[in-house]
Design a binder for this molecule. Structure first.
Ligand code: ZN
Length: 141
């Protein structure tokens, strides 16, 4: 029988732009769900925080921050800056994307050897809410 399990996790972040590794937290929700096989939806409930999947290598994480800082510069005459001065953060979140769908297999999020899941803070520091929803068949099915 198809089951759905949902949980909202809280993620404190560091300053400005920074990726926070949430792989263990997502795996813990998958384990708790009791769902064996299906899909996991990881969703940032924010307009200035994204979700990415990539390698947890410190140099690469710095490169991601550098690329976003370059592509979405602060104070570049954005209209939204007249409202609350974080247009660059909204733009980066819009283009990077705020959610990912991951496969669930044998009760675990299926990730490649070098893949980790990150909440990508784009306007920190803040406390962020990430909604995780897992859909699939239970272990007893
Ligand atoms: Zn804003």
């Amino acid at each position: 029988m198809m089951e759905i399990y949902s949980e909202e996790i809280q993620v404190p972040t560091g300053s400005d732009i920074n990726p926070v590794n949430i792989t263990e937290k997502v795996q813990a929700v998958a384990k708790k769900s009791g769902i064996s096989d299906g899909a996991c939806f990881v969703y940032s409930m924010h307009t200035t925080a994204a979700v990415i999947v990539n390698e947890n290598e410190p140099g690469l994480l710095k490169d991601i921050v550098a690329k976003l800082t370059h592509d979405f510069p602060k104070n570049a005459g954005w209209e939204h800056d007249r409202h609350d001065n974080n247009a660059h953060s909204h733009l980066a979140a819009t283009y990077v994307g705020i959610s990912k769908i991951l496969p669930v297999e044998n009760g675990k999020i299926k990730l490649g050897a070098w893949q980790s899941v990150f909440l990508l803070e784009l306007d920190g520091p803040r406390n962020r809410s990430v909604f995780i929803q897992i859909m699939g068949v239970g272990e007893s099915d």
